[in-house]
Every structure is written in structure tokens, then in C-alpha cells.
Design a protein around this ligand. Structure first.
Ligand SMILES: Cc1ncc(COP(=O)(O)O)c(C=O)c1O
Length: 482
């Protein structure tokens, strides 16, 4: 057998071979290569339906890989500098949940910044693990939560030497990184695992001027959204592991919640995208950064807007910055980020990644063209001229430090009552409230509801943030502890 290298894509190659075999399907999926659902086949194309197949010997099985999936995972591990890698088909959500389920069982403590994605707090409900939140520093001007400072992590370790793991965002949605190397050293010195949410950091593995990757920093497990900057299909991700992680046990943990019918569309997209990044990732992301830098400089020349970058670095809670991100502070033009987000879509047919209270994030990738970037810049300039106002009534901060009274799992499953939002101050919330994106909870189960939080929720609703998490779809009532 010839040795596999990064030019190979074993799942993709197996699917191509399989297509030529013309096997008669008496198995699921029931659309039988698309013939049983012609409208869908016309929509998605025969080539796509042909490879929407189930696990079988020639194609391996994600739950217990022994051939082409195993090979593809080995190539992914090599490309990302990991000891092992798993293909994930339930989004980075399932990767984040699996790494926490690996590290913690009921009652175990995990140190994490509070500005984690909801998937991490969901995992605390699933496992019964108890969070030790590190409240991130906040940049007062931009109103955004930053990374964890090393001193905060040291203090959390000192006060909780029995914690099993530390979780780190690398980077945050806005592109901000903590000192991952130092945090990893500290955690390991105290026998704790380091779990890294790299949903927004896939490209760090393929460039010289990006922040350090989880695997290079010596972290134990990383959840990497290939479907974000890596170019694979939506919902496909990698779980990367370092040497000290028992990959076979991790597979069992993943299989607790993973589908037994993994999509070969997603698996092949991961395989092909890994090959593409391994062969040309450096070139791809160099172009991405060039476009982001150009956009940043032009947007800053408009005046008012602030497209921020590495000048924010402070050696600690902003240890590094991801220059491929185009995060823009909008409040100086008198518009909330969410208002600019809506105006871009409604008036200029431009869809950006997210807008929150004070910022927008435009996702730049190699798929962008110079003329699209010019369109974004001129739309922002026009928005300022047509809709800009003085920012007197604007709320400025994105992060309110929570008061945690119960562990998330206990609160989520506790007896509860539903109360009007305006009457909820002083009560303990049993559900999530968040703007999506970015999906960082404003309130999580077990946290005290304060008047400040109520005002924040009302403001976010009024500005048009897409709110999620509550049982009441209109977010007029909240579930609280009885
Ligand atoms: C920081 C972070 N972690 C995890 C996730 C979950 O990723 P997915 O949507 O692939 O499940 C997201 C999604 O946006 C995210 O922003």
C-alpha cells in the first residue's frame, strides 16, 4: 500500500470509487440516490444525491473508523499538528460538548471565561460539571469582553486546585486571544486539562502571522470549526487532541451523542477542505489577511467607525489579535452594531456575520472579491451619511458579570415558574437568554437576574438583536426558580 500524504483525501476518493461501482441500494437513505425525491435532486443536483449514502464497508463508519475515515482523520491530525483528530458532523457545538464531557463528570469543576459560547454551558447541563467563571476583562471603549488575564487564571487555580480543566477561547468572536501558552503551562503544572474553543481559529494553523494554535501551545483538546474559515460544509468540524488525551475513550464520549448516520457530504467536505488547507492554506489566508487589512484601513478613513486590530494588544487579556477578522466599532456614528447589520442587509443587500450592541463583524475569506470589499466600504460610508446620529442614547457595554447562585444543570432541571421579564429582577434564571450570533449567554441557568440585565435584554430586543434561548419565544417572560 502506498503511504498517504496531504494530496490524498481518502473519504472523497472512496466515494468516487463507490460511485463508479453502481451498487443497487436496498439500504437507507430512502431517496435511493435521489431517484425517490426528484424535486430535491433537481435542487441539490444528482452528483450530490449520489453520495448522500449511509455507512458501509467500503466507506467506513464514523462511530468506529477502521479504514478510509481513520486514514482521513490521521491526515487531518498531521495537517493540524495534533496527535489525533476526529471528524465531527454535529457542528463545533458537538466538539465543544465532547471535550467537556471527556474532561468532567458530575460535580467536577471547570475553569472557563464567562464569555464562552452557549455550547460550553450546555455541556455543563449535560455533564453536571460546575463552572468556575473567570470574568474576562472588558475594553471600556469598545464594550467588548476580552481574553482571560494570566493573573485571573492563577487566582482561579489557587482558589480551585481541584478543578479538572481550563477552557479557553482562541480567539473570541471579535478576534481576541489570551496567553494560551502560559495558561496551558499553568494548567498542566496543576494537573488540569486545557480545552480550547477554536471555532474561530481554524486558519491559525495555516499562517505565520496568526496567534498561536491550541496544538502548538501544548493544549490538550481543541474544537475547530472547519466550516467557518476552513471552507467545509456547514456543520462540519474537527476535534483535535494532543498526546495526553486517550483518543479511544474520547471516541466513546463522542458516540454518546453523535448520530449513527453521519453525512458523507459533510465528511467528504472535511476531507477535501483539509487537503486544500494543507496544500494551499498559507496562500489562501495571506490573501484573506490582505483583504481584511485593506478594508480596515479604508473603514477607518471614513471616520467615526473604528475597525480595530493589533494596536489593542496589551500583553495579557489581549495577548494577541486575529488580523483576518474585520470587527468594527460602530457607536461613534450613533448606530448600534445591530442597526448597521440590519441596514447593510435591508438597504444594501450585504449580509455580515453579526451585529451586536456596539460592533459588527464582517467575515472575510478567500471567497471574497475586491469589488465586494469595496461595496462593503462604500455602504458603511453611506450608512454613516444617511443614518448616522449622535450616540447620546446608546448603551455601550456587551458584558455584564453574572452572579451565579446554582450550577447550570441544577437550575435547568429545577422546579420553575414563568414570570414577566419586568418582574424577574432578584430571581434566579433557569434558562438561557442570548443574542444569536454571537451566542454568548447574557443569562445562563443558575444566574441571578438583575435590573441591569433586564434593561440590557430590553435594549437588545428594541435594537433588533435576534434573541434566543428562552421557552417563551417572544422573550417577554423568563423561567425562574420556584
Ligand atoms: C465560539 C464558538 N464556539 C462554538 C460554536 C458552535 O459552533 P457550531 O455552530 O458549528 O455548532 C460557535 C458558533 O458560532 C462559536 O462562535
Amino acid at each position: 500500500m502506498t503511504e498517504l500524504t496531504q494530496v490524498n483525501a481518502p473519504i472523497y476518493e472512496a466515494l468516487r470509487r463507490f460511485r463508479r461501482m453502481r451498487v443497487v441500494p436496498f439500504d437507507v437513505p430512502g431517496h435511493k440516490r435521489g431517484r425517490g425525491n426528484m424535486e430535491l435532486t433537481e435542487f441539490l443536483g444528482e452528483d450530490c444525491m449520489n453520495v448522500d449514502v449511509n455507512s458501509m464497508k467500503p466507506l467506513d463508519n464514523l462511530c468506529h473508523p477502521v479504514s478510509v475515515i481513520k486514514d482521513a482523520e490521521m491526515l487531518a491530525a498531521q495537517a493540524f499538528g495534533a496527535a489525533n483528530a476526529f471528524f465531527m458532523v454535529g457542528g463545533t457545538t458537538s466538539a465543544v460538548q465532547s471535550m467537556i464531557m471527556y474532561a468532567c463528570k458530575e460535580g467536577d469543576k471547570i475553569i472557563m471565561p464567562r464569555n464562552v459560547h452557549r455550547s460550553a454551558i450546555n455541556a455543563l447541563i449535560l455533564t453536571g460539571a460546575v463552572p468556575v467563571y473567570v470574568n474576562p476583562d472588558v475594553n471600556k471603549q469598545l464594550g467588548i469582553a476580552l481574553g482571560m488575564s494570566v493573573a485571573q487564571v492563577e487566582q482561579a487555580i489557587r482558589e480551585n486546585p481541584d478543578a479538572k480543566a481550563i477552557m479557553v477561547n482562541n480567539p473570541t468572536y471579535y478576534g481576541i486571544c489570551s496567553d494560551l501558552r502560559r495558561i496551558t503551562e499553568l494548567a498542566h503544572a496543576h494537573g488540569m486539562l486545557v480545552l480550547v474553543d477554536e471555532a474561530h481559529g481554524t486558519h491559525f494553523y495555516f499562517g505565520d502571522n496568526f496567534p498561536v494554535t491550541a496544538m502548538a501551545a501544548g493544549a490538550d483538546i481543541a474544537s475547530v470549526s472547519m466550516h467557518k474559515s476552513g471552507g467545509s460544509l456547514t456543520q462540519s468540524s474537527f476535534l483535535l487532541m494532543g498526546e495526553r488525551v486517550n483518543a479511544d475513550y474520547m471516541r466513546q464520549v463522542i458516540n454518546l451523542t453523535q448520530t449513527t448516520s453521519a453525512s458523507y457530504l459533510l465528511l467528504s467536505s472535511l476531507d477535501i477542505s483539509r487537503k486544500r488547507l494543507a496544500l494551499s492554506g498559507r496562500e489562501i489566508f495571506a490573501k484573506t489577511v490582505e483583504m481584511a487589512e485593506y478594508a480596515r484601513s479604508e473603514i477607518n478613513d471614513i471616520g467615526g467607525y473604528y475597525a480595530y486590530s493589533r494596536e489593542l494588544i496589551n500583553g495579557d487579556s489581549i495577548y494577541d489579535f486575529d488580523v483576518s477578522k474585520l470587527s468594527v466599532f460602530t457607536l461613534p456614528v450613533g448606530l448600534a452594531g445591530i442597526e448597521v447589520y440590519d441596514l447593510l442587509r435591508d438597504e444594501y443587500d450585504i449580509q455580515i456575520e453579526f451585529g451586536d450592541i456596539g460592533n459588527i463583524l464582517a467575515y472575510i475569506s478567500v471567497g471574497d472579491r475586491k469589488r465586494d470589499i469595496e461595496r462593503l466600504i462604500s455602504a458603511l460610508s453611506e450608512i454613516k451619511r444617511r443614518f448616522g446620529r449622535t450616540g447620546a442614547d446608546m448603551l455601550s457595554h456587551e458584558y455584564i458579570a453574572p452572579v451565579v447562585t446554582e450550577a447550570p444543570r441544577k437550575a435547568f432541571y429545577a422546579d420553575k415558574v414563568s414570570v414577566p421579564l419586568d418582574e424577574s429582577a432578584g430571581k434566579v434564571c433557569t434558562e438561557f437568554v442570548m443574542c444569536y450570533p454571537p451566542g454568548i449567554p447574557i443569562l445562563a441557568p443558575g444566574e441571578l437576574i438583575t435590573q441591569e440585565i433586564i434593561e440590557y435584554i430590553k435594549y437588545a430586543k428594541e435594537k433588533g438583536c435576534q434573541m434566543t434561548g428562552t421557552e417563551d419565544i417572544n422573550i417577554e417572560r423568563l423561567n425562574v426558580l420556584k
